[in-house]
Design a protein. Structure first.
Length: 561
């Protein structure tokens, strides 16, 4: 504990939020060590060995200033794995390699999270402790305060049948899938499959996916219907029963990859409404020929950055006239949907896999959809357009953004929307770690300016959404902002004025509700976060918006004197 407190001291409001006994201990540690505490930005990953008690530890300690990202992950299966890295995509790359080697059952973690440096909530540091001898080992994870981090213990990962075969679906189930395919109702199929995902075995789920792939092979309409349905299964929160979601995500990703890879290469005989390109066939890039045609790009062999990067190739696709791009096998590729130029209206880019830093940065008109989490510096200096992220976003999200309609299913790490101006309109269903909308300069939201909605929710194991411990845990909220507004779901009035620095709490009016409601309706369509069911219901009672949301607005220059 002393090492972690010396390297990432808990100070200011976070210190005041600690219990008195912790304050006394930390005050003594800081008196000795704080003169030697390093300046940020940094994070430490420290390995520690204690032969006396047979413990080996890996410590992740996050910079108190929150200028460097740090991501933690935990997978609990036949082997328990804890990981610390600067980015989620780096964690997934390691887990992928371990899964391919057969060391672990899935290439996704059961839980990912960011630390908030020096905080009262988790201390900004986590410790993975390995105990035991060669015969019996155990791995635990705890934060700086000793509180254990765990994942649901009553779920299991997928272990394929030894024979490699799946279960046989009943004729009525198959017929229902085909009828929904004719009606082209991907959401209807998603609702049809949800009970299977809760109650069925992994092998039954595999059978469902196999049947959907057969349906996709019928024609192009059926193909796009199945892609839509599998994408919803990948993106949405729902009850998975005793099955680990990480294993289900791997099954969906494998199915989507097989479907995308089955598309004929551009320029081949038989290539119709969809065509595909990969690194080896990139020279075949040509005009779409037909409006509405979809180009599917396999990113696996493209460089992650540089002159021949996937990002530059996608710009070439756009300049050739392609307006619908679907990119799969992303492996940390940076700058996706950057460099498109002004007024890229009409372009949509769907991203499958692990996007790298700067996704959607500088967008001016295009729509970018990330089917998973985004990394750091996403949507920086975004001017106009739309970004949808079906997961978390990383550090410095929407830095200096000038506009855009943005929807995030999960959390934002530190320093989101700093120096944003103009008309960014953002819905974040999770929370933000610290420094949200510092120096926000987005005008009057009721006269065309910008705003941010923070709902402070997280998906629950039963597929619903529940409140996080606090809607916003950090300080420096709306620090020195001169325009715009924050609308924070805070029915228990946990947000306090000492978290602000140049802003003030104000009443949430009917005019405010009229402004944000259309965005929350779109948020419900995208993510399934119900306005009445999940946002306005508190302790099983539906409340008025003014009792659920609180507004943070800037103070005037005269008031600051």
């Amino acid at each position: 504990m002393s090492s972690m407190e010396a390297l990432a001291p808990t100070t200011e409001r976070d210190f005041a939020m600690l219990p008195r006994e912790k304050q006394d201990v930390y005050k003594m540690i800081q008196a000795v060590h704080i003169h030697g505490s390093p300046d940020g930005p940094w994070f430490f990953i420290v390995a520690r060995n204690n032969p006396a008690n047979g413990e080996k530890q890996l410590l992740g300690i996050t910079d108190t200033s929150m200028l460097r990202p740090q991501v933690f992950a935990l997978q609990d299966g036949s082997v328990k794995v804890g990981v610390i890295a600067s980015e989620r995509q780096a964690i997934n790359a390691m887990l992928r390699r371990m899964a391919e080697d057969g060391t672990i059952p899935a290439r996704y973690a059961d839980a990912y999270w960011n630390a908030r440096g020096g905080s009262y909530t988790d201390g900004g540091a986590f410790v993975f402790t390995l105990k035991g001898d060669e015969g019996a080992k155990s791995l635990t994870c705890s934060d700086k305060f000793g509180r254990e981090v765990s994942v649901p213990g009553d779920q299991y990962h997928y272990e394929p049948l030894s024979g490699g075969s799946s279960l046989q679906l009943g004729a009525s189930v198959v017929q229902q899938f085909h009828e929904l395919g004719v009606a082209r109702t991907g959401p209807g199929l998603f609702e049809c499959i949800r009970p299977v995902l809760r109650d069925g075995s992994f092998d039954y789920v595999v059978s469902v996916l196999e049947e959907l792939e057969k349906l996709a092979s019928r024609d192009e309409t059926s193909f796009m219907f199945v892609v839509e349905a599998l994408t919803l299964l990948n993106d949405r929160a729902y009850d998975t029963g005793v099955k680990k979601r990480a294993s289900l995500l791997q099954l969906y990703d494998d199915a989507l990859t097989r479907l995308f890879s089955s598309i004929s290469l551009l320029g081949s005989t038989g290539a119709g409404g969809c065509a595909r390109l990969e690194w080896k066939s990139r020279a075949r890039l040509s005009l779409p020929g037909v409006d509405g045609r979809v180009l599917v790009v396999d990113g696996s062999s493209f460089p992650v950055e540089g002159r021949e990067s996937l990002a530059r190739f996608l710009v070439d696709c756009y300049q050739k006239g392609w307006r619908r791009l679907m990119v799969y096998n992303l492996r940390g590729h940076r700058f996706i949907a950057n460099g498109l130029g002004p007024r890229s209206n009409g372009l949509r880019v769907d991203c499958y896999g692990d996007v790298g830093d700067y996704v959607g940065s500088g967008v001016d008109g295009a729509e970018v959809v990330v089917h998973g989490a985004a990394q750091d510096q996403g949507a920086q200096i975004m001017k106009y357009g739309r970004l949808v992220v079906h997961g978390d976003v990383g550090q410095a999200f929407m830095y200096a953004a000038k506009g855009g309609d943005v929807f995030v299913l999960g959390n934002a790490a530190g320093r989101p929307l700093i120096n944003a101006v103009g008309r960014p309109r953002v819905v974040i269903n999770g929370t933000c770690l610290d420094y949200l909308a510092e120096s926000f300069m987005a005008g009057d939201p009721h006269k065309g300016g910008g705003f941010v909605v923070v709902n402070g929710l997280r998906p629950s194991v039963d597929g619903g959404f529940v409140e996080q411990a606090t809607p916003y845990p950090g300080g420096n909220l709306f620090s020195l902002a001169s325009g715009g507004a924050l609308y924070i779901r805070d029915p228990h009035c946990l947000l306090s004025s000492d978290q602000l620095n140049g802003g003030r709490l104000a009443g949430f009016t009917l005019e405010d509700w009229g402004l944000v409601k259309p965005y929350l309706e779109e948020n419900e369509r995208l993510f399934g976060v119900g306005i009445e069911r999940d946002l306005l219901t508190v302790d099983r009672v539906v409340l008025s918006p003014s009792r659920v949301y609180r507004k943070v607005e800037p103070v005037t220059m005269q008031e600051l004197k």
